[in-house]
Design a binder for this molecule. Structure first.
Ligand code: EPU
Length: 318
């Protein structure tokens, strides 16, 4: 289908607003850099914040009808937006409606906008072990499902029982996690759907023991990962060697292009030293990839790269 972002975005946005039942917001030409942890990239044509599943379904049907590309943005920790911005609709799930965390037995039902840190905190308070690893991942439940986020030897789908999601047609469905065929750092099934909630399973344990494990994880992370803005690990770990170790062994730590630099603390992080562009980051990604390729290792990016290199050329409307 051909994408048809119209030249008069404001009229288009008005058409969408009129279809919402709730107070969902639509912003035209919305900056995205500040909504990502890396802090680079251009604006989205449309930024939509649905306040309910019904309005989310309306937005998805609208995209479907107009052939408009869309993406969901969680906490923006694993996304690189190119400098020309995103032609289409970025969906942000309203935290008040989609951010709830509720306990049932040894399970937590979590909205997709819930922060992973908050989920780990709730699990600790409720005395549910097994979710400690989520504490340090700077993302939301929805993003963690989409990319099967992991840390400290655990990963999202290891603790997920079921996922509720909205189809592009607007249908709301629920599926057992085992049916979604998640793999290392991806759940491809969710690429064309929007996860709105998940049931996570824990095991009863003493809150104090859970807290100790969370603190040990946090200490390890503080010692091994940079605090300068980044998108987390930029590459997936190839099967033969952790990407960070490979990059260190290739002598690439500290390599800088523009204001993007390979972290001296952890080789698999590219940090924005202030004022980096997406082009700086992408050139550095290619440089590292080429050097790894020279050593016979293929590095695949872990971050989702979206948008265009150049801004659109639209006619101005009076
Ligand atoms: N290492 C080096 N040099 C470096 C970095 C790492 O030699 O510059 C070595 C470490 O000493 C260690 C090995 O490489 O022996 C692995 O490093 P680390 O323990 O830091 O784990 P990682 O595989 O690099 C993974 C996840 C991280 C997660 C950490 C902690 C991936 C791609 N990354 O990193 O996730 O926080 O484990 O559990 O799987 C992310 O996904 O964005 C992310 C940061």
């Amino acid at each position: 289908m051909i994408a048809c972002v119209p030249e008069n975005l404001a009229t288009f946005a008005g058409e969408l607003r009129a279809r919402f039942a709730g107070r969902s917001s639509v912003t035209v030409d919305a900056p995205l850099a500040s909504r990502t942890t890396l802090g680079v990239g251009g604006p989205a044509d449309l930024l939509v914040e649905p306040v309910s599943e019904a309005d989310l379904a309306v937005a998805l049907r609208f995209c479907h009808q107009h052939g408009l590309p869309w993406r969901v943005l969680g906490r923006g920790s694993n996304v690189l937006v190119r400098d020309g911005g995103f032609r289409g609709m970025i969906l942000l799930l309203d935290a008040a409606h989609f951010g709830r965390v509720e306990r049932t037995g040894s399970q937590l039902r979590c909205g997709a906008a819930a922060r992973l840190k908050a989920v780990a905190g709730s699990a600790r308070k409720e005395g549910l072990a097994g979710l400690e690893f989520l504490e340090g991942i700077p993302g939301s439940v929805g993003g963690a499902l989409r990319m099967n986020a992991g840390a400290h030897g655990s990963w999202m789908f290891e603790v997920t029982e079921s996922v509720r999601f909205v189809e592009p047609s607007g249908a709301v469905l629920e599926a057992a996690a085992g049916d979604l065929q998640a793999r290392y750092r991806s759940c491809d099934f969710l690429a064309g759907r929007v996860a709105v909630a998940a049931v996570l399973a824990g095991r009863p344990a003493a809150p104090e023991a859970i807290r100790e494990r969370m603190e040990a994880n946090a200490r390890q992370r503080r010692a091994s990962q940079p605090r300068t803005p980044s998108a987390g690990c930029i590459f997936k770990n190839p099967p033969s060697v952790p990407a960070g170790r490979l990059i260190e062994e290739l002598g690439l730590k500290g390599t800088q292009i523009g204001c993007a630099r390979v972290s001296e603390i952890h080789g698999n992080f590219i940090v924005n030293t202030g004022g980096a562009t997406a082009a700086d980051v992408l050139r550095l990604v290619e440089h590292v990839r080429t050097r790894a390729g020279g050593a016979g290792i293929t590095l695949e990016t872990e971050v989702e790269i979206i948008g265009e290199d150049s801004p659109p050329t639209r006619m101005r409307h009076a």
